[in-house]
Design a protein around this ligand. Structure first.
Ligand code: ADP
Ligand code: MG
Length: 596
């Protein structure tokens, strides 16, 4: 195989295999690496080989759906998306804190959306109870963008990012996206022989999402432990030993298990913090609040036998951080028990990720309400932040009766449904309505019922060529992609005490251009990574600036802080050295004059 090390210009050979032999070699290597690095998902079916002695409940895994090679993405739009993450974090925190605005915004949705209504009821019920025992919240937000081109293909402008939605609960794929970046780097370097991943025209960023998320959870865990250490705890009657843990709330039968397990391992290996998994049903059945303490959430430890329990050698898991990877869809609450579990968590002193007000702040209705004139200004102090957020918003329309512009939007959507998406207040993919279904819904729904939906103008991504790998098979076709940027925030609602607010990494999902939806777990998209194409405008210095900025976003927060602090120290040391030398020279000159 010929090895190439293209340092100038054209990255095309990194995006599409040049012949079938190269493609087959890439697939072969990719499948090996996905298995080695845990870039896997649990398959729905088990191995039904009856002659095998294997435990029938042993889970089976297959590779996660991936794109064979990275996809080209404009570097300046990538940087823009990364810069927006801390602003979105702050916005979510402030919106979630503004109780009166949040309830007013969601009011029109509640009569026709039982799920959102139940969430709001819990939000109101915890007022003064759970809300006050824990003021610090952890946000793991992922803002999703697509590239949008304005106008017809011949006259179109250069593409710019537009937000699809912001996920404030169970933002997944952070760890698998780190692994897919590692896979693509390996394939590009080893199989395509391109050892230099930075050139004057393109840049292949690292993706440290896994560490960034683990770091956020660890900081929240440490903050809880610090709060506990400041309290004088009354002696309790319980003899159980407490084992402080992060609790991951999961769906029963979760298929995207490796994404979660990689995070669990990163949290333990990187920060020494243990993570315990439980469903909402298990929390309801095994959890209770320590009312002698500050409503600490305690669960029965799975490692303790009944005999040990009876002998008073019990152990309980004390939940420091309740990290939701479930509880965002009505199907996560098949009975009242699951609602009880959710309420128990919200009432507790655990730091929630997210707390219920963050969950509500991530609804589509809130996204629409924020796009109205004057609303962003209510929450963000800096005009530059407001302008940056507004610039990435697509046209959004609320549909409640009497709202200015609602009837016009409905008329426009019925006349040209191909330009709109109708969205209910749901997460997880597969709920949106397009084309004929959208028109049918707008005709069928009474004006008050429409208020439970929002209308969004369609984003028009430029199509490009991509190779997908699903179940070991390669599929080739025109594709579109969605860039997700993860932001981690730890602080209070007023943003007076902010312990962490950073952009930690990215997720690129690629889907067939003909597919309307975009979820990986829902089967619409595959995981990919961006190969950033640098703008050649502005000369050498502009390119250097782009490079410096990209380096910053290529490293984890702590690594970047280390690097910049080394620079700061080096500069400080040279200044100090210069001053000392200057003094020495002056002293010498004075000495000389005196001795004369
Ligand atoms: P969910 O919460 O179910 O993920 P999204 O708002 O992310 O809902 O929509 C699901 C998918 O639908 C997206 O991943 C994207 O592919 C597509 N989609 C959503 N909004 C738009 C839009 N305005 N224009 C084009 N496609 C969209
Ligand atoms: Mg989505």
């Amino acid at each position: 195989m010929t090895l190439r090390d293209d340092t100038d210009g054209d990255p095309t050979f990194l995006l599409v295999p040049r012949n079938d032999n190269v493609r087959d070699a890439l697939v072969h290597q990719a499948l090996g690496v996905t298995a080695t690095n845990g870039l896997l998902m649990q398959t729905a079916t088990r191995n039904a080989d009856s002659s095998s002695n294997a435990n029938p409940s042993t889970p089976m895994y297959g590779h996660a759906p991936i794109s064979l090679l990275p996809n080209a993405f404009p570097a300046h739009e990538y940087v823009k998306a990364r810069r927006l993450a801390p602003i979105w974090n702050e916005l979510v925190a402030r919106v979630a804190y503004d109780r009166e605005w949040l309830l007013r915004t969601l009011e029109s949705v509640l009569p026709h959306d039982d799920f959102t209504r139940r969430l709001v009821e819990i939000y109101q019920a915890i007022d003064g109870a759970g809300r006050d025992v824990q003021k610090i919240h952890l946000g793991v937000n992922r803002s999703d963008y697509m590239l949008h081109v304005e106008g017809a293909a011949s006259t179109s402008s250069s593409p710019s990012i537009k937000q699809v939605e912001i996920n404030t609960i169970a933002s997944s794929f952070g760890c698998l996206s780190t692994e897919v970046t590692r896979l693509h780097r390996y394939l590009v370097q080893k199989i395509l022989g391109c050892t230099r991943l930075y050139t004057p025209s393109w840049f292949f960023p690292y993706n440290d999402t896994m560490r960034g998320l683990a770091h956020g959870l660890a900081m929240a865990h440490n903050e809880y432990m610090r709060q506990e250490s400041c309290l004088s705890r009354p002696s309790t009657s319980s003899q159980h030993r407490r084992h402080p843990c992060v609790l991951m709330i999961v769906q029963p039968g979760e298929r995207n298990i490796n994404d979660q397990k990689l995070l669990e391992v990163a949290l333990w290996e990187g920060f020494g913090v243990p993570l315990h998994r439980a469903t909402l049903l298990e929390v309801a059945g095994e959890g209770h609040l320590d009312l002698q303490g500050r409503q600490n959430l305690l669960l029965k430890s799975p490692l303790v036998s009944e005999a040990e329990e009876k002998a008073g050698q019990g152990e309980e898991v004390e939940v420091t951080v309740a990290y939701f990877r479930a509880a965002y869809d009505p199907s996560d609450y098949p009975s009242e028990e699951e609602w009880k579990g959710r309420e128990l968590i919200e009432m507790s002193a655990a730091i929630k990720c997210p707390c219920i007000s963050y969950h509500l702040a991530g609804t589509k209705k809130v996204q629409e309400a924020l796009s109205r004139p004057g609303e962003l200004e209510r929450f963000l102090k800096k005009p530059a932040d407001v302008a940056a957020i507004r610039d990435c918003l697509m046209g959004l329309h609320g549909l409640e009766p009497g709202l200015a512009g609602a009837e016009e939007a409905v008329k426009a959507a019925r006349a040209s449904p191909e330009d709109f998406v109708l969205k209910p207040q749901r997460e997880g993919g597969g709920h949106n309505l397009y084309g004929a279904e959208l028109v049918e819904a707008l005709v069928r729904l009474a004006p008050e019922e429409r208020a439970a939906y929002i209308l969004m103008e369609k984003i028009r991504p430029p199509p490009f060529d991509s190779h997908f790998v699903r179940d070991g098979q390669v599929l080739h076709g025109a594709a579109a992609f969605e860039l997700g940027v993860y932001g981690v925030f730890l602080g209070d609602g007023e943003c007076q005490r902010v312990l962490l607010n950073e952009s930690v990494g990215h997720l690129l999902r690629t889907k067939l251009a003909t597919s309307q939806e975009g979820g990986v777990a829902a089967g619409f998209a595959v995981l990919s990574s961006p190969l950033l194409v640098l703008s050649q405008e502005g000369g050498k210095w502009a390119r250097r600036r782009q490079f410096a900025e990209l380096q910053k976003y290529s490293m984890s927060g702590p690594a970047w802080r280390r690097k910049s602090s080394i620079w700061r120290r080096a500069v400080a040391l040279s200044v100090f050295g210069g001053v000392v030398l200057g003094f020495a020279a002056v002293a010498k000159a004075v000495d000389k004059r005196r001795s004369r």
